[in-house]
Design a protein around this ligand. Structure first.
Ligand code: ATP
Ligand code: MG
Length: 232
């Protein structure tokens, strides 16, 4: 099992350019996400949560500041090293991304394959996650043949099946009922106990309640944080 890495952000800023103007979605974010801790990012819609998670998740080059995995800045790595680093980062997007022609299981296999982890142990992990999340019986279906909440749970399996060191989940309990949300909470706690670095964006009080550290965003800025067993 891969243990987590410390991920540190300094002055992280993201500005989006649209055809007529710039939007500053994240401004001077400072923070560390540490192994063995669940960090929750919350705040109103449009406050920059997804933007932060994408920038931290190596998918959105910031317009200012840095992200570091240990000492490594993913946005300065050669392509091959970046791909290696991404194997250790599992992301569930706010709008889950699937190949529509493939079944849920084939989509999971695709992610495992792209991380060089299409082996018995990781497939077993995928099945056990699907079991915990109550979607084991749906894995032969295509994405268009399952509900929004089922797809959300499948995207969590996709993020976690490769056993990544760093887990980034954007609104993992959106569309989920109480029982499924509790299954997500249980899985997050297991990840925490397993020493993973876990970053979650949410509006769900149930998830905010289990956080070791929190950042509250508003207009792209931190307006409240409760840090972390490490610093408190
Ligand atoms: N690709 C983009 N181009 C331009 N503006 C964007 C883009 N993505 C997001 N934004 C803007 O950046 C701001 C932050 O968006 P973001 O998606 O990070 O918010 P959020 O906190 O995740 O919101 P929600 O709770 O609704 O998911 C918003 O004002 C949004 O309209
Ligand atoms: Mg969002």
């Amino acid at each position: 099992m891969s243990e987590g890495w410390r991920v540190t952000c300094e002055g992280l800023t993201v500005r989006y350019k649209t055809w007529e103007s710039w939007t500053t979605a994240l401004k001077d974010f400072e923070g560390s996400f540490i192994p063995g801790e669940i960090t929750v990012v919350f705040g109103p819609s449009g406050s920059g949560k997804t933007t932060l998670l994408k920038a931290v998740g190596t998918l959105l080059r910031p317009t200012g500041g840095t992200v570091r995995y240990g000492e490594r800045n993913p946005y300065e790595l050669p392509r091959k090293e970046l791909l290696n680093l991404r194997r250790e980062v599992g992301i569930s997007f706010q709008q889950p991304v699937f190949v529509p022609q493939l079944t849920l299981w084939e989509n999971i296999e695709l992610v495992l394959n792209s991380s060089d982890r299409l082996d018995g142990a990781h497939k077993e992990l995928a099945v056990s996650l699907a079991e915990k999340l109550g979607i084991r019986g749906l894995l032969k279906k295509r994405p268009s043949e399952v509900s929004g909440g089922e797809l959300r749970r499948a995207s969590i399996v996709m993020a976690l099946a490769k056993d990544p060191a760093v887990v980034i989940l954007d609104e993992p309990t959106a569309y989920l009922d109480e029982e499924s949300s509790k299954a997500v909470v249980d899985i997050l706690k297991e990840l925490e106990e397993g020493g993973k670095t876990v970053v979650v964006a949410t509006h769900d009080p149930g998830l905010i309640g289990i956080a070791g550290a929190t950042y509250k965003l508003r207009y792209g800025m931190v307006v409240g944080n409760a840090l972390s067993k490490e610093t408190s």
